[in-house]
Ligand binder design. Structure first.
Ligand code: HEC
Length: 157
């Protein structure tokens, strides 16, 4: 489909049944290629519009003291140089937009669940989870800062 220089091919998939489907990367894309999974969610048009409207909103404000501390950690410890969280001062574009990351099922191409525990594990050990990753591991962050930033991300629903 896509190895012919100068030629654009289109591939259309028509979902016929609502549900959650697993996909996998079909091209050798880097060191962690074998871990590149993706989830395709087929929903009815109404549910899709609701989801889309929600995703277009800026990030929710933190509701707990831990999440508020996590928001500050995120802005102070360099996360925001690589990531955007819409509605905050974080406008980095090297990593994925995290505005609604807490509403996701998983992060890191399906390797880690999008829960506070999952976020914490990811931030501290990116390179162990995904060799070749372009996000440095923040293993040197104090435990309290890791917990706080993980609760903040989990609230970004
Ligand atoms: C040097 C740039 C950089 C910095 C600094 C950085 N990240 Fe990342 N981050 C990335 C990249 C690139 C990815 C995508 C990694 C991948 O899956 O291969 C990523 C992925 C993530 C993900 C998973 C998102 C997804 O869609 O799978 C989260 C959550 C995250 N970063 C949080 C943080 C937090 C919290 C900090 C600060 C403690 C931080 N990042 C600092 C570049 C960065």
């Amino acid at each position: 489909m896509d190895m012919i220089p100068g030629r654009v091919n289109e591939l259309a998939l028509e979902p016929l049944q609502a549900g959650v489907y697993r996909g996998a990367c079909a091209e050798f894309c880097g060191l962690s290629h074998a871990r590149m999974n993706l989830t395709v969610i087929v929903s009815d048009p109404g549910a899709f519009e609701t989801w889309l409207d929600h995703q277009a909103q800026p990030a929710a404000a933190p509701t707990s003291a831990a999440a508020e501390a996590g928001r500050r950690t995120f802005l102070d410890r360099g996360c925001s140089t690589c990531h955007t969280i819409r509605g905050t001062a974080a406008v980095g574009v090297i990593g994925p937009d995290l505005t609604h990351v807490g509403s996701r099922r998983a992060i890191a191409a399906g390797a880690v669940p999008a829960t506070a525990a999952g976020f914490r594990r990811w931030i501290a050990t990116t390179d162990a989870i995904k060799p070749g990753v372009h996000m440095p591991a923040f293993a040197s962050l104090p435990d309290a800062a890791l917990d706080a930033v993980a609760s903040y991300l989990a609230e970004l629903r």
